[in-house]
Design a protein around this ligand. Structure first.
Ligand SMILES: Cc1ncc(COP(=O)(O)O)c(C=O)c1O
Length: 483
C-alpha cells in the first residue's frame, strides 16, 4: 500500500527506501552523516508557485515576500530569489544576507519590533520596498534617521487587528495582548502627523495574524480590517496607500499521513492537519472586500493597490526533511498509568507490548527547537524500510542531556502522541526521516551539549545534490570564545 506521506516526484518509496526527488535518502545519510537536512529545490518552487496563484483571483498586483525567518540559509534564499519571490526580513542581519544574495531593495520588506539605528539606516540606504513600523516611537526614529541621511523611507504601519485564530498560543501574533504592532487609532494619528513629511513615504498598512492558521476565514476578516483602515486614512488625510500587507501564516498539513491522528487532542489535531489553498483564502478575502468597496464607493482605493503576502512555513516546511540515525535503544517496563496503550485508539495488533521500547536518535531540540517549545509534530518514518508497516510503538527521544528532549509531551498534557509507530525491530543505526522539517528548524539551531550543527543539502531540479551548509567541526564549537 502506498504510504500517505508520499508526494509524487518528491517523496517516494523505492525498493522499500525513501527517495527524495529520486535521490536515495539512506545514501545521502551515509555520505553526509546525520543529522542531515535535505531540501528540495523543486518543492520550494512548487510552493511559491502555489502561493502566487492567488494573483489569478484578485484585480490587483500580488507581491509574495518569503519570510526569511523560517529559513535563511543562503542557498535557500537564492533559490527563493530565482523563483521570482521577494523577501521579508526581520533584522539587519537578515537584510544583509538578502543583499548579499542579490535581492534588490525594492524586493525587500523589513519587519521587527526592536529595530536598532544601524538596521534602520541600512534599510533606508538600500531603499527597501517598506520598513514595517511597530510603534509610533519607532516611526519617529525612522523619520529622524531618514532626515539625517537626507533620504525618504518607505514605511508601512503594522496594526493590531485583534483577530484570534485557532493556532498554537505561541504562534498568535494579532491579539491585543501580543507584542506586535500598534492600535489603528495610533496609526491614524501617525498618518495625520507625517502626511507632508519629506522623509517618510507612508505607503502601506500591515498585519500578521499568526502562523499555521488552520482556517481561511480570518484572512477575510483581516483584509476587511486593513481595507477599512485604508478608507479611513484616505478620508481623513487624503493619503492613498499603495499596498496592503496581509502577512503570512498559511498552514502546512503535518498530518498528511494520518496514522497518528487519533493520538492528538482535537485542537492540536485540527491545527496540525490544517490544509487549505492560500489562493482560495485570498480569493474569498478579495471578493468580500471588493463587495464592500463597491458598496461604499471606495473601489477606486483598490485600483492601484499591491497586495503583499509574507509566507514562510508554507514555502519551506514540507521542502525539508531531517534524516536522523537511531543511536541507542533500550527497554523499560511500561509505566502504570500515564498512558494506557491498550485503551488507546491505535489500531495495532502488536498492542500487547510488554515494555516500552526507547529509540534515541541524533536529532534533538537543538536542531528542531519547536518540538520542545511548541510541542511541534514532525511525522517520522523509517527511511530504510519505508514501505513496511509502521505499526510498532516506540518512545522516541533525541540526544541532548535534557529531559525535555523527547518526541512526546514530557509535561504529560498529551499534546503530542506518546508513541511513534515505526516498523518492528528498529535497531541502532537505522536511518529515520522526520518530514516537514524545513521551517523554523535550521533557522533556530544551536550547539547545546557541544553538538555539531548539521550539514544541509539541497537537491537541485536536475537532481544534483549540493552541500549548502557544512557540518560544524571542533573549531566551530569555539569560534567566538575568547580564552
Ligand atoms: C510578521 C510576520 N510575517 C510573516 C511570518 C511568517 O509566518 P509563516 O511562516 O507562518 O508563514 C511571521 C512568522 O511568525 C511573522 O511574524
Amino acid at each position: 500500500m502506498q504510504p500517505s506521506w508520499e508526494i509524487k516526484g518528491f517523496l517516494e518509496v523505492n525498493n522499500n527506501r525513501l527517495d527524495i526527488n529520486g535521490v536515495s535518502a539512506t545514501e545521502l545519510a551515509e555520505k553526509y552523516g546525520t543529522p542531515l537536512f535535505v531540501f528540495s529545490e523543486s518543492r520550494i518552487k512548487h510552493n511559491i508557485e502555489r502561493l502566487k496563484r492567488a494573483e489569478n483571483f484578485i484585480d490587483c498586483k500580488l507581491k509574495v515576500c518569503y519570510a526569511a525567518k523560517a529559513n535563511s540559509n543562503m542557498a535557500i534564499l537564492r533559490t527563493v530569489k530565482n523563483a521570482n519571490c521577494d523577501l521579508e526580513v526581520n533584522s539587519g542581519g537578515e537584510l544583509w544576507k538578502a543583499l548579499e544574495v542579490g535581492f534588490k531593495g525594492e524586493r525587500i520588506i523589513f519587519n521587527g519590533t526592536s529595530k536598532e539605528i544601524w538596521e534602520i539606516e541600512n534599510a533606508i540606504k538600500t531603499e527597501i520596498y517598506a520598513i514595517q513600523i511597530d510603534s509610533l516611537f519607532e516611526l519617529s526614529l525612522i523619520e529622524e534617521t531618514a532626515r539625517r541621511l537626507e533620504k525618504r523611507a518607505n514605511v508601512s504601519l503594522r496594526l493590531v487587528p485583534e483577530i484570534e485564530t485557532n493556532t498554537h498560543s505561541g504562534l498568535q501574533t494579532a491579539l491585543l495582548t501580543s507584542k506586535f504592532g500598534m492600535m489603528p487609532d495610533e496609526a491614524l494619528s501617525a498618518f495625520h502627523q507625517y502626511r507632508d513629511s519629506d522623509f517618510l513615504n507612508l505607503c502601506g498598512v500591515h498585519l500578521h495574524i499568526g502562523s499555521q492558521n488552520p482556517e481561511s476565514a480570518p484572512y477575510a476578516e483581516a483584509f476587511q480590517m486593513l481595507f477599512e483602515n485604508l478608507v479611513q486614512i484616505y478620508e481623513e488625510t487624503g493619503i492613498k496607500l499603495s499596498h496592503i500587507n496581509l502577512g503570512g501564516g498559511f498552514p502546512v498539513n503535518y498530518l498528511r499521513d494520518a496514522s497518528h491522528k487519533n493520538f492528538f487532542p482535537e485542537a492540536e489535531r485540527e491545527m496540525f492537519a490544517a490544509d487549505f489553498e492560500p489562493s482560495d483564502a485570498i480569493k474569498n478575502a478579495w471578493e468580500i472586500v471588493k463587495e464592500s468597496a463597491d458598496a461604499s464607493n471606495a473601489a477606486h482605493l483598490l485600483e492601484n493597490i499591491t497586495l503583499l503576502l509574507e509566507p514562510g512555513r508554507s514555502v519551506i516546511s514540507d521542502a525539508g526533511i531531517c534524516l536522523t540515525t537511531v543511536r541507542n535503544r533500550k527497554e523499560r517496563p511500561l509505566p502504570d498509568s500515564r498512558f494506557d496503550y491498550q485503551e488507546s485508539k491505535i489500531q495495532n495488533p502488536k498492542s500487547k507490548i510488554q515494555n516500552d521500547v526507547w529509540l534515541l536518535t541524533d536529532a534533538g531540540f537543538n536542531i528542531l527547537l519547536s518540538m520542545e517549545t511548541y510541542k511541534w509534530y514532525y511525522h517520522l518514518i523509517s527511511a530504510e524500510r519505508a514501505s513496511e508497516a509502521h505499526d510498532f510503538p516506540y518512545k522516541l527521544a533525541g540526544p541532548l542531556c535534557d529531559g525535555g528532549d523527547v518526541y512526546f509531551d514530557i509535561e504529560g498534557l498529551g499534546r503530542l502522541p506518546e508513541y511513534r509507530l515505526l516498523p518492528e525491530n528498529v535497531q541502532p543505526n537505522e536511518i529515520l526521516a522526520l518530514l516537514n522539517c524545513g521551517a523554523y528548524s535550521i533557522a533556530q539551531m544551536f550547539q547545546y551539549n557541544g553538538r555539531f550543527l548539521p550539514s544541509v543539502i539541497l537537491i537541485r531540479e536536475n537532481s544534483e545534490v549540493e552541500l549548502i551548509r557544512k557540518r560544524d567541526d571542533f573549531e566551530d564549537l569555539i569560534t567566538n570564545d575568547i580564552w
